[in-house]
Design a binder for this molecule. Structure first.
Ligand SMILES: [Zn+2]
Length: 272
């Protein structure tokens, strides 16, 4: 076994991957050659960043425009007490550098906006949507779907989480939810609270899906939404299909996100 250009340190670091036939040196090389963008370095992003970095994903993009607050530390485990007040991307990059020097981090201290989304996503093989608001969620869906970039979706609410994976030949998020719910109908963590460990579970599932996709093993949650309820410790799965009337991936789909009005309320696709 040549090791496919993995050096001695890497053969050691990733040995528990490499000894498995399903991953092997080829799979590890695929991870090292991959570029993943994590949108959001908060509750979901923290475990995703941690495990993707540990797994040796060679390039990790991290997009976030927030600074670390003390009330984040109950769940956003890559940030520490000393990081309060620092940009999350900076704190996250430092965490990754300490964990795995193989990973090169690209920090994007910004909010994903219609003006920057396409350029941002263009350099990555896979996107982890670890955002905490509908506007970003729809933007990530639309730009990833239109640019044929696979991505993982995760969302949390109090004690419940949902996660799915969108590949280029399956349905998209808008097939399931064409528009965002009216503002105020779904409250955020700041208003309702969230069990600190909940995003850990959901973010880890997102990282698992990412690694599987990049290595090319197993079945990802393509067309399946996994619902997790921490209160009764149950997982449920709902299958869904591509909607032929979907405004982003259906028969009369838009070809640019310029057709979308990303208002806070609905993120509706405008009729032409
Ligand atoms: Zn769709």
């Amino acid at each position: 076994m040549s090791g496919l250009s993995l050096d001695a340190t890497q053969l050691d670091r990733y040995s528990r991957h490499i000894i498995m036939d399903e991953v092997g040196p080829e799979g590890q090389k695929a991870l090292l050659d991959s570029a993943v963008l994590v949108v959001g370095a908060g509750g979901l992003g923290a475990p995703a960043i941690e495990y993707l970095a540990a797994a040796g994903v060679g390039t990790l993009g991290i997009a976030d425009d927030d600074a670390v607050e003390r009330n984040n530390l109950q769940r956003q485990v890559i940030h520490g007490d000393d990081d309060i007040g620092r940009p999350k991307v900076e704190s996250a990059a430092e965490f990754v550098a300490e964990l795995n020097p193989d990973v090169s981090v690209e920090t994007h201290e910004l909010r994903v906006e219609p003006e920057n989304a396409e350029e941002l996503v263009a350099d990555y093989d896979f996107v982890v949507d670890a955002s905490d608001n509908f506007r970003t969620r729809y933007l990530v869906n639309d730009v990833c779907t239109l640019t044929e970039t696979p991505f993982s979706h995760g969302a949390i609410y109090k004690f419940e989480g949902q996660v799915t994976t969108f590949t280029t030949d399956g349905p998209c998020y808008r097939c399931l939810f064409p528009e965002a719910p009216p503002e105020g109908m779904v409250a955020d963590c700041a208003t309702t609270g969230v069990l600190g460990v909940l995003p850990g579970t959901v973010g880890c599932i997102q990282a698992t899906e990412t690694v599987k996709y990049l290595v090319g093993i197993g079945d990802v949650l393509d067309g399946r939404m996994l619902f997790y309820d921490a209160m009764d410790m149950s997982f449920e799965e709902v299958e869904f299909r591509r909607n032929p009337d979907c405004p982003v991936c259906g028969e009369d789909a838009i070809d640019s996100i310029e057709a979308v009005e990303y208002a806070e309320e609905s993120c509706a696709v405008q009729a032409e």
